[in-house]
Design a protein around this ligand. Structure first.
Ligand SMILES: Cc1cc2nc3c(=O)[nH]c(=O)nc-3n(C[C@H](O)[C@H](O)[C@H](O)COP(=O)(O)OP(=O)(O)OC[C@H]3O[C@@H](n4cnc5c(N)ncnc54)[C@H](O)[C@@H]3O)c2cc1C
Length: 427
């Protein structure tokens, strides 16, 4: 057994990765646990769902973090509970793992808000599996309509999206472009112009955190791309071939994409501490869990506030990454006998893409950008944020190819066995 303090990092999202990067040269032993063996770059999941990028473009192998570091181990395993009193994490297949310092960075899961039928029939868009499943469903729907065009009258080509935040807006714009360009050419015998993308948002505006003029720009840019935008309307029931709206109206559809909300990872219920808004773990200014020194919660699982201003921080990749780096440095300081510092968030602005050549950007200085300039800024920032050099290169190549040719390259449907890499040979 090593005499170095043992740091257990749960989750290799933006928060976990930020922490590992700052800690790996410290005098500690690190164990990383994640149920996946890759980091998912969630902001680009919608591009996997709409076939602009492949999964490998936005998935970063976690084991790359181990290269050149003898003090780190990684286990692809699911954490099922945390016992703060005994300083252990229950990990499936590994048993209890003891820690001296714990980083809880397990993110969030979809929240269907108890909407009847949503968990069975809606298509969430929060994980790589979700994105791959949704892309497959869209392509399979077209193949089904190709064989039986009567399905159009049953609503098969009505692609509905609920949630007008960045995920819903970005997905709707990209899907509208996929329909009007590639799929129109792929199915010359189908009336693809009858396909509709319909976006519902319960509040009066899209992109709630953005300035009003950016909200209006985003709505107009979506409508120019053929997306029907309905604000002030939510989805109250989901069936396999229809949805019910909060207005009482029923809409025929075989696809309801759920981009309407998240809640903290349910592991929070094992902690036995009072939880904050959205079931998130409340933390102090230095991101430690109250009454549990050495236990840090960061990113989407935590209710983080800025240590200087007390402002509640948004659930963003940038906040999680900065928080991860901060606690990586904090743990290294604590191990060296120094005190923990409060977390100060550096706001670098927020942005969302609406389609090719259209985006909105809110700068930290208060300025705003729209259109092509904003879109180029969006491309640059997302490329810079991608983790590995291979992912950066392949994404850059894919985007360049898509821009030049206006084509997406991977419109094929893999069976579940093929996708898992163990297809049976033909008899
Ligand atoms: C579709 C989408 C689009 C987004 N777009 C943007 C954007 O444009 N800009 C932006 O800044 N932010 C965006 N975000 C938000 C951003 O991605 C999140 O805020 C960020 O990923 C949170 O990081 P995290 O480390 O807290 O959690 P996550 O990144 O969610 O990582 C959690 C990790 O924990 C692992 N895990 C979960 N449960 C277990 C378990 N029980 N055992 C083991 N491992 C487990 C998961 O596999 C995952 O690797 C988007 C999010 C989504 C879903």
């Amino acid at each position: 057994m090593s005499s170095q303090p043992h740091v257990v990092i749960l989750g290799t999202g933006f928060g976990g990765i930020g922490a590992v990067r700052k800690l790996r040269d410290a005098d500690v032993q690190i164990t990383i646990i994640d149920k996946r063996d890759y980091h998912t770059f969630q902001p680009l999941l919608y591009q996997v769902a709409t076939d602009e990028l492949g999964p490998e473009d936005i998935g970063f192998p976690v084991r790359d973090l181990l290269h050149g570091h003898t003090n780190i181990e990684f286990h692809q395993a699911t954490a099922s509970g945390i016992d703060l009193a005994h300083k252990t994490v229950e990990v499936e297949g590994l048993g209890p793992v003891l820690y001296d310092y714990l980083v809880i960075a397990l993110g969030a899961v979809v929240n269907f808000f108890h909407t009847p039928g949503a968990d069975q029939s809606a298509f969430p868009l929060y994980t790589m599996d979700d994105a791959i499943r949704l892309k497959k469903h869209i392509l399979e729907t077209f193949e089904a309509v190709d064989k039986n065009p009567a399905l159009i009258d049953d609503g098969a080509l009505n692609f509905c999206v609920v949630g007008g935040g960045a995920t819903g807006v970005e997905f709707s714009g990209a899907l509208a472009e996929l329909l009007r360009a590639e799929l129109k050419e792929d199915y010359p015998n189908l009336p693809v112009e009858k396909a509709q993308v319909i976006l519902y948002e319960r509040s009066p505006h899209l992109l709630a955190p953005f300035e009003a003029k950016l909200q209006s720009y985003a709505q107009q840019a979506l409508e120019e791309r053929g997306v029907q935008v309905h604000t002030g309307v939510g989805v109250s029931k989901v069936d396999p071939a229809s949805i019910e709206l909060s207005s009482g109206e029923t809409v025929k559809t075989h696809t309801l994409v759920w981009a309407a909300g998240l809640q903290a990872n349910p592991i929070v219920n094992s902690l036995g501490v009072p939880l904050g808004h959205g079931g998130r773990i409340p933390v102090g200014p230095d991101l430690q869990v109250k009454d549990h020194p050495g236990v840090f919660a960061i990113g989407d699982i935590a209710a983080m506030t800025d240590g200087e201003t007390g402002k509640v921080l948004p659930g963003l990749g940038a906040t999680a990454l900065q928080a991860g780096r901060h606690i990586g440095e904090t743990i290294a300081s604590l191990v060296a006998g120094k005190a923990a510092e409060p977390f100060k968030y550096l706001d670098k602005g927020t942005m969302a893409q609406v389609g090719r050549g259209a985006a909105v950007v809110e700068l930290p200085t208060g300025g705003t950008l729209t259109g092509r300039v904003a879109w180029l800024a969006w491309l640059g920032v997302h490329l810079a944020l991608l983790n590995g050099s291979e992912e950066k290169t392949s994404t850059f190549v894919e985007w360049g190819w898509n821009l030049l040719t206006h084509k997406r390259g991977k419109r094929i449907i893999l069976s579940d066995e093929e996708a898992a890499g163990h297809d049976n040979p033909d008899p």
